[in-house]
Design a protein around this ligand. Structure first.
Ligand code: ATP
Length: 457
């Protein structure tokens, strides 16, 4: 494992998230609810962008993939067949004096970490949330909130196969909420009881699974890097063969260097034909594939990359965070990849005078139909730049009195603080091109570079 030390303290991330409205504790006015979080106005934009980046890479840009959205409540037999009712548990111990509960596998000593008291014997605690379906609360109506989205893909395997006429290899992807009654939560949104997953089941011909496992592992690592994670902050952790779940042939975690250390952001698992076979047996339905090249029926093997949206989002927050010495104070800048930045552009008129405001508002109205845009006309331009830096807005567009004459605006780039002045008619196209990777200092006709590296007061 990589020996690096974390680059940012968790308090910096949680305090920025709270201050700027990315993430709030759930039900905060009532003291919060343990293991649950609410996404604020900027957090939801960031979260939607993370999900869109995944959906785009996993579904939209591929020929071999389809998406679904299955329900959170599923037939209880699903969890019987999948093995969750029997085996989806963690070892629990309780302190005999203070009654706090802990995960036995996370303790280093055989005494209570809170008060030093004696612990009970270990017992298995099932992590699934139970509730009742329908108006009668009795045992026959017990139902579970799903602890993963994956089973939705397995139970719909044949529906997808029949309706889309897919050939192997192909995948089914899903994003959605999952619930786990974790014994201990913590590290901000890293481990919560209600969270969101992005999972994909890739069905392959048995015998080709090793090749596809390697393929997906590298695809997934590349996805993080493409969207702003530093490669040196990612590592692969192969699970020992002897400790694998009975159905898994291979599992490799993609770990990220979080503020509390290396931890799993995503798991890639080779699940063989276990899930489809279990559901075929339990439901009595045929869940196999007819290969019209070899004229055989077989049950496909499955490769599953599974990631938590919240854990990925926390990784993106951590790697975006930067502090730079500034004239008076420190410049905090979130260096989000433009694809993830919650706000792409800010329109900043240099004065509140009516003629300039109306002019700037028209630019704002036009731009916001293509990208998330903010309008800000309060306080000095320097302060407004800093506010946008802190939420990671890649482009600030200043509108000055000269703009009324020459129909041009100044665009300032967040990281190098370079500035270009370009015709307003070119603004939308230019910003879209920059977000797509065009060098910032390339200007459209009628434009010029004002400052190639920023020096701001
Ligand atoms: P861990 O060992 O950290 O509990 P896991 O191996 O049980 O995780 P999986 O069942 O493989 O996790 O779930 C796939 C992904 O879902 C994880 O990589 C993680 O990103 C996310 N995830 C799982 N549990 C939680 C949770 N309690 N809170 C937030 N995200 C979670």
């Amino acid at each position: 494992m990589n020996e690096q030390t974390p680059t940012v303290a968790m308090e910096k991330i949680t305090s920025l998230a709270r201050r700027r409205g990315f993430v709030f504790p759930s039900s905060e006015i009532y003291g919060g609810l343990s293991g649950c979080w609410d996404y604020g106005p900027l957090g939801i934009e960031l979260k939607r962008n993370v999900k869109q980046a995944w959906w785009s890479a996993m579904v939209q840009e591929r020929d071999d993939m389809v998406g679904i959205e299955s329900s959170i409540l599923m037939h209880p037999k699903v969890w019987m067949a999948s093995g969750h009712l029997k085996g989806f548990s963690d070892p629990l111990v309780e302190c005999k004096s203070c009654h706090q509960r802990f995960r036995a596998d996370e303790l280093t000593e055989q005494k209570c970490p809170a008060c030093g008291g004696e612990l009970t014997a270990e017992r298995q605690f099932n992590l699934m949330f139970k509730t009742f379906i329908g108006p009668v609360e009795d045992g026959s109506n017990v139902i579970y909130l799903r602890p993963e989205t994956a089973q939705g893909m397995f139970v719909n395997f044949d529906n997808v196969l029949q309706t889309t006429r897919r050939k192997l290899p192909f995948g089914i992807a899903q994003q959605g909420k999952s619930f786990r009654n974790e014994i201990t939560t913590g590290n901000f949104i890293f481990r919560s009881r209600e969270f969101e997953q992005m999972e994909m089941e890739y069905f392959v011909k048995p015998g080709t699974d090793e090749k596809w496992f390697e393929y997906w592992l590298s695809e997934r690592v590349n996805w993080y890097v493409k969207h702003g994670i530093k490669r040196e902050h990612l590592s692969l952790l192969e699970h020992e063969k002897a400790k694998l779940a009975h159905y898994a042939k291979r599992v490799c975690d993609i770990t990220f260097l979080y503020p509390m250390g290396w931890a799993e952001v995503e798991g890639v698992a080779s699940r063989t034909d276990f899930d489809l076979k279990q559901h075929a047996e339990a439901s009595g339905k045929v869940l196999d594939y007819y290969d019209d090249e070899t004229k055989e029926h077989y049950v496909p093997y499955v490769i599953e990359p599974a990631v938590g949206v919240d854990r990925a989002l926390l990784a993106f927050l951590c790697d975006a965070y930067a502090e730079e010495p500034d004239k008076e104070e420190t410049r905090v800048v979130m260096r989000f990849h433009p694809s993830l930045a919650p706000v792409k552009a800010a329109i900043l008129p240099l004065s509140k005078k009516e003629n300039l405001s109306n002019f700037a508002r028209d630019i704002y109205k036009n731009l916001r139909t293509s990208m998330a845009t903010q309008y800000d006309d309060t306080q000095s331009i320097g302060r407004r730049y800093r506010r946008q830096d802190e939420i990671g807005t890649p482009y600030c567009v200043t509108v000055d009195f000269q703009s009324l004459e020459d129909n041009r605006v100044t665009v300032r780039e967040r990281d190098a603080m370079s500035q270009i002045r370009i015709p307003i008619v070119e603004l939308k196209k230019t910003l879209l091109a920059k977000m797509d990777g065009e060098d910032f200092l390339v200007v459209p006709p009628g434009g010029e570079v004002v400052q190639s590296k920023g020096k701001e007061a």
